[in-house]
Design a protein around this ligand. Structure first.
Ligand code: C2E
Ligand code: MG
Ligand code: MG
Length: 558
């Protein structure tokens, strides 16, 4: 790995000058000794020659002693001088190494956060310094790019940290290859890089182009230890002419804006870049309100289970309920899971949230007819927990709830994770008597091979196909194909999203399948299930009603 070279002004330390002074003193002593040697030598030399020829007395013994002493001083001084030179070279090398360690990231050779901050501050200062003859171009401004790898954590978890390190080095190499001269680059977090570069304020497309190249370069797969690995990058861009003016504030506001734009890229589906725009800050504030609301809401019991009926389509008999979590937020009202589940996943609160609603659902379901089943949804993130099956079993034991009545729904997107891990989890759940179904089938491109390989107990056809099957031939063909597949693999089928009698009539031709949807009523909280539980079966004509509570508009999260 080629460590990226960088240079920041103001690094020459005073110690080096001190070293050079010592060095000059030693050389001075040697030089003085040499001058003395020449002077005394010129005195004694002719006297020695004269005495050897028998033409006069020998040299003065004092002068001779001084001469010999001079030779000793020269030898001693010279060797000391050499020693000092070597010491200085060694000390300089050690100082450079220590400084490199303190200022750069040892893995990639990029600047670390602290020195990147110094670098970008100097860059902005150079761009904004408008003093005459200072050489600054009035149109130059600094751009900051925050580059975050999208799925780096999974790579680390699945392949180990050494592979993660090699991947980071490869990304660093690709980043430095794509950057123009004058750019400074830092690794400012585990999987976060930052780039700062000057550009002409009239031509931001210069920066946009570099961001595009970086997304493409990082997104290309890499072979590490015979494993093909693909990560992508989300990039946020900000420019110094839009940030704060105070020298201390300008770097932090530049970072904040790039950070907000980077999160925007993530929400836009990752693997892309965005320039900061002011509306993103509102989204960000809303997002952080959601995050803190979720964190506080879990212990306060604000997350509650709602229930949707699951029905035998032939007889109309109620066979169980699917639990769907809702957030009864004091600030936002009733919030749908599509809004809060992804946020809870991102902030690492999903397991706690899920545990809280499942515990309440087990409690509720104990009061129902014991023939009724309870289905719960599980996030892909929970599947990565090797103790998940044990934790669920413990909850069942604590609630005194028979595992045979519980069905765990796993979405198809989970199958893109480590398949061996998913298989072992499904197997341990099944060993405990819990059934496992594949939710939202048809949306996640799982292969038929995977379906055969994983011991699911049920397939749930995604509501997007079911609700449109009367009007859309393709949807009808997909529903037919999935029911045929289910019969072939001996897997019971559930159709989600039955909204009309026409859809129900159509589905009935497939024989023994179960279904759920707004035709049977909207999901309700436990306290409002009375009439459904009393009836046990339902008229197929319960009209769809509008949701009782306002859900958050989904557009607010982008
Ligand atoms: P899902 O498991 O596929 O749940 C069915 C979703 O379809 C529910 O949306 C339900 O209200 C909606 N639905 C039911 N019948 C109809 C219909 O006839 N027409 C239409 N258009 N929609 C119908 P909801 O409650 O908003 O849940 C959305 C998703 O959030 C769920 O999809 C599930 O994947 C997830 N989710 C819900 N609760 C939890 C939970 O506790 N944990 C996790 N990890 N995910 C949950
Ligand atoms: Mg579900
Ligand atoms: Mg579903």
């Amino acid at each position: 790995m080629r460590a990226v070279k960088f240079k920041i002004a103001g690094y020459d330390s005073e110690d080096d000058t001190a070293g050079q002074q010592v060095d000059i003193v030693a050389l001075g002593i040697v030089t003085a000794a040499i001058i003395l040697f020449v002077a005394t030598g010129s005195e004694i030399g002719p006297a020695v020659v004269r005495s050897l020829r028998g033409q006069g007395p020998g040299p003065d013994s004092f002068m001779l002693d001084a001469f010999l002493l001079n030779i000793a001083i020269i030898i001693f001084g010279w060797s000391r001088y050499r020693q000092l030179c070597e010491e200085i070279v060694l000390r300089k090398a050690a100082e450079n190494a220590a400084r490199r360690l303190a200022e750069t990231d040892p893995l990639t050779g990029f600047l670390n956060r602290r020195s990147f901050n110094t670098g970008i501050d100097a860059l902005i200062a150079r761009c904004t310094d408008q003093r005459p003859n200072h050489g600054a171009d009035r149109n130059r401004v600094a751009a900051l790019m925050m580059i975050d790898l999208d799925n780096f954590k999974q790579v680390n978890d699945h392949n180990g940290h050494s592979v993660g390190d090699l991947l980071l080095c490869e990304c660093a190499r690709r980043i430095s290859t794509a950057l123009p001269r004058g750019a400074i680059v830092g690794r400012i977090g585990g999987d976060e890089f930052a780039v700062a570069l000057p550009f002409d304020r009239q031509h931001p497309e210069f920066v946009t182009h570099i961001a595009k190249v970086l997304v493409a370069a990082i997104g290309e797969s890499v072979q590490i230890n015979a494993v093909n690995i693909t990560v992508s990058a989300s990039i946020g861009l900000s420019r110094s002419d839009l940030g704060g003016d105070s020298p201390g504030g300008r770097v932090s506001s530049l970072f904040e804006m790039a950070d907000i734009a980077m999160y925007h890229s993530k929400r836009q589906g990752r693997n892309g870049f965005s320039w900061f725009e002011p509306h993103m800050a509102d989204e960000m504030r809303f997002r952080s309100e959601l995050e803190s609301g979720i964190r506080q809401g879990i212990p306060r019991g604000e997350f509650v289970p709602f229930y949707e009926q699951q029905v035998d389509l032939q007889t109309g008999e109620l066979i169980g309920f699917e639990m769907l979590a809702r957030w009864d937020s004091p600030q936002f009202g009733i919030v749908a899971p599509d809004i809060f589940i992804p946020v809870a996943e991102d902030i690492g609160a999903i397991a706690e949230l899920s545990q809280s609603v499942i515990a309440q659902a087990l409690e509720d379901a104990r009061a129902w007819d014991p023939r009724l089943t309870l289905a719960v949804n599980i996030s892909p993130i929970q599947l990565r927990d090797p103790w998940f099956a044990q934790k669920l079993l413990r909850m069942l034991v604590e609630a005194n709830f028979p595992p045979q009545r519980l069905e765990v729904e796993i979405t198809e997107s989970c199958l893109h994770q480590n398949l061996a891990q998913v298989r072992s989890l499904i197997t341990s759940l099944k060993n405990q008597g819990i059934r496992v179904s594949l939710d939202d089938f048809g949306t996640g491109y799982s292969s038929i091979g995977q379906l055969r390989e994983l011991p699911f107990d049920r397939i749930k056809i995604d509501r997007s196909f079911v609700s449109s099957l009367v009007d859309d031939e393709d949807s009808a063909a997909i529903v037919r194909a999935v029911t045929t597949l289910g019969q072939g693999l001996h897997l019971p089928i559930t159709a989600e999203g039955i909204e009309t009698q026409d859809v129900l009539d159509h589905l009935r031709q497939y024989g023994e399948i179960t279904g759920q949807g707004y035709l049977y009523g909207r999901p309700r909280p436990a306290g409002e299930l009375g009439e459904w539980l009393d009836a046990g079966h339902h008229p197929e004509t319960e009209a769809p009603v509008e949701p009782q509570n306002p859900l958050l508009p989904k557009t607010r999260l982008g």
